[in-house]
Design a protein around this ligand. Structure first.
Ligand SMILES: Nc1ccn([C@@H]2O[C@H](COP(=O)(O)OP(=O)(O)OP(=O)(O)O)[C@@H](O)[C@H]2O)c(=O)n1
Ligand SMILES: C[C@](O)(CO)[C@H](O)COP(=O)(O)O
Length: 235
């Protein structure tokens, strides 16, 4: 019986508008190397990952230098199929993976979709996610239980209501689903912001696996300093 393999798919085709930098945020230097490089190095060291695919925009002018700087880039393939949304980039990447003759993917193989904007991912978190989900019927995602009291804003930036945080989790990545199910779900979904939403739209319930605060998404300018602290080991 053929054992399922584990592939990584890294959506890295965004422009980082909220970061407000001159270059896409995934190429910002953090702790001495581009943010995307931290993610690539982690997946390179994850022995369980058969191959890593990086989705970038067709116009990306940074990826070639990033790949050239890797000690060994044989574990990763660049797919210049980025789309207008993260959803489209991931779907385009899944479709392009199928055409890779060196590692044709099977429907039962697992795909771990991880944001290039989450450089704090560790091998330990990858192993934890896979160990918990490897026999799961659906798949799941790293996430963090919400600990703050949540307010919904009304007019003039004033509180409209307090939203219960009971059973609320903040989704992280990787989000891990079998190739065939994930591709079908994303093909049928409309405008989802994560893979789990597409799976839920199929009537399924992805499993929540507790992640880590250091695996946060670098989105706004002040996030860079925090990522530096984490990645330099100061916290
Ligand atoms: N069309 C897009 C948009 C986003 N992403 C990727 O999805 C991840 C999470 O998205 P986000 O943090 O929103 O990144 P950006 O879209 O670049 O940021 P912004 O929304 O501020 O422009 C990032 O690694 C980003 O590169 C992508 O591959 N294709
Ligand atoms: C996938 C994700 O990181 C889970 O929290 C998030 O949905 C990405 O959203 P973005 O607007 O593309 O950053």
């Amino acid at each position: 019986m053929k054992l399922p393999r584990y592939f990584a798919l890294i959506p890295a085709a965004g422009v980082g508008a909220r970061m407000g930098e001159k270059i896409p945020k995934q190429y910002l230097q953090i702790a001495g190397k581009p943010m995307l490089r931290h993610v690539l190095d982690t997946f390179c060291r994850a022995d369980v990952i058969t191959h890593t695919y990086v989705v970038v925009s067709a116009e990306d002018g940074y990826i070639d230098a990033t790949m050239a700087a890797l000690h060994d880039s044989s574990y990763a393939t660049v797919l210049r199929v980025g789309g207008a949304t993260r959803h489209q980039s991931v779907l385009n990447g899944l479709q392009a993976m199928q055409k890779q003759v060196n590692e044709p993917i099977d429907d039962d193989d697992w795909v771990l979709v991880h944001d290039a904007a989450r450089p704090g991912l560790s091998i330990g978190l990858i192993d934890k996610l896979i160990n918990i989900l490897q026999d799961d019927e659906v798949g799941g995602l790293l996430a963090m239980p919400v600990v703050d009291t949540l307010k919904r804003a009304g007019a003039e930036g004033r509180v409209d209501q307090t939203v219960t945080r009971d059973r609320l989790w903040a989704a992280q990545t990787p989000q891990m689903f079998r190739y065939g199910l994930l591709r079908k779900a994303l093909e049928q979904a409309t405008a989802v912001t994560d893979e789990a939403s597409a799976i839920e739209a199929q009537g399924l319930q992805p499993k929540l696996v507790e992640g880590d605060a250091r695996n946060f998404k670098v989105t706004l300018p002040h996030d860079v300093a925090l990522a530096e602290l984490y990645l330099k080991g100061f916290v």
